[in-house]
Design a protein around this ligand. Structure first.
Ligand SMILES: *Cc1c(COP(=O)(O)O)cnc(C)c1O
Length: 386
């Protein structure tokens, strides 16, 4: 059931359970050997959960460092008073080097020109530019190719404004057990780090595991792990479910703004794709729509929870509102046969009584992954922290 009150200005909101975030953080810390650092990935506004409160909660529960995707996300954390080390997970535009230096953000480096520009910016501010070397070991997304790491370091390592604080790669298939591609990526990473050490380049903190890697591949926790989705209480794949208990931190709620008892045959929403099939069906409106992350592709294919009942969403989901049907005939005896009322709290994602709608359930209905479901709900709805 809702732990938070609705915002005064809109009857739809996202509820974030900070205690669950802290418990998830501690659960990951407990997987790590002493001395292994936990980098909390709070990119994309902490996967839609709100970057600053989430970063504070994770740091308070034992996270050591933070990771973001963009320079602006890093600046936002600094403006929010966060002083922990922050890594930008891919090489940002070269034009951003002064901002990186000013806000003490560590870029990922994968090209020599960027590294030199960053070193110049740091040196002219009388600072040391700390960076992490990003290595592509097979995902074909970002980073310097695993076979070229020593050449790249040689190109800029002389620069007095630069310091390598870390060396990392990212796995494409860490969620698959006994996967050949994973094994090959790890082998290439080990070879690249070995070559750096052999050539007397200090790699800094060596890290490669994301959430599934951290859970399934403890053999490569190395100096640090980068955990995102798991901290929010969601599993990256079914393979990790038996290995760690996590608590989803995000719920999505709304309050009923209107209830009607339509005639049989009345249409609902744009296109009138749904028509009321029987008597004793209520149609209720809630002020949440596809611009709030309730994707239009879910129209007629998702459910909501209200008063302990699971009700079908009906009609096309609008930009800011949608409707659902309460089949009062099918209500069991203990349920209120009078139906529901304006102001009733509706759960779009999360628990109400004994029933739960998970991000995974919505992801399956949408044909996507739980990561996208929570990112989308975070885009516009007000977040309330409980
Ligand atoms: C997003 C991301 C992570 C975190 O991934 P999860 O699966 O959410 O744990 C780690 N490293 C990099 C480079 C990423 O882009």
């Amino acid at each position: 059931m809702a732990k938070a009150e609705a915002p005064q200005t809109r009857w739809a909101w996202v509820e974030i359970d900070l205690a669950a975030l802290r418990r998830n953080t501690r659960a990951f810390k407990s997987l790590l050997a002493r001395g292994v650092r936990l980098m909390a990935v709070v990119k994309a506004d902490a996967y839609g959960h709100g970057a600053i409160p989430c970063a504070q909660a994770m740091l308070s529960a034992g996270a050591d460092q933070l990771a973001v995707s963009t320079v602006d996300e890093g600046v936002e954390l600094r403006a929010g008073g966060i002083t922990a080390p922050i890594l930008v997970l891919s090489e940002p535009p070269v034009e951003s080097v002064d901002v990186l230096v000013e806000y003490d953000l560590m870029p990922s480096v994968s090209t020599g020109d960027f590294a030199l520009a960053f070193g110049e910016a740091a040196a002219s501010a009388d600072k040391i530019g700390r960076y992490h070397l990003a290595i592509d070991t097979g995902m074909t997304r970002t980073g310097v190719s695993w076979s070229e790491v020593c050449d790249l370091r040689s190109f800029f390592d002389f620069h007095r404004g630069l310091e390598c604080a870390g060396t990392f790669t990212h796995f494409a298939t860490a969620d698959v057990v006994s996967d050949w591609d994973f094994t090959l990526q790890l082998k290439r990473f080990d070879e690249a780090v070995g070559a750096l050490r052999e050539a007397a380049f200090d790699p800094g903190l060596v890290h490669c595991d994301n959430t599934p890697g951290t859970i399934l591949h403890p053999e490569c926790h190395y100096d640090m792990v980068r955990v995102g989705i798991g901290l929010y209480g969601l599993h990256p794949a079914h393979t990790t479910v038996p290995r760690i208990d996590l608590e989803p931190a995000m719920s999505v709620r709304a309050k009923v703004t209107r209830v009607v008892w339509p005639e049989v045959g009345d249409g609902v929403s744009y296109g009138m794709d749904y028509r009321v099939p029987r008597r004793n069906i209520q149609i209720a409106t809630i002020p949440i729509g596809y611009a709030d992350g309730l994707s239009r592709t879910l129209s007629g294919n998702t459910s909501v929870l209200v008063r302990g009942m699971r009700c079908r969403q009906v009609g096309n989901i609008c930009m800011d509102q949608c409707m659902f049907a309460v089949d009062v005939n099918s209500a069991r005896a203990y349920r209120p046969v009078s139906g529901i009322e304006v102001g009733d709290v509706v759960t779009i994602m999360g628990s109400d009584g004994a029933d739960t709608i998970t991000a995974d359930e919505i992801a399956a209905q949408r044909g996507t992954i739980n990561y996208e479901v929570v990112c989308d709900f975070g885009l516009r709805l007000e977040k309330i922290y409980v």
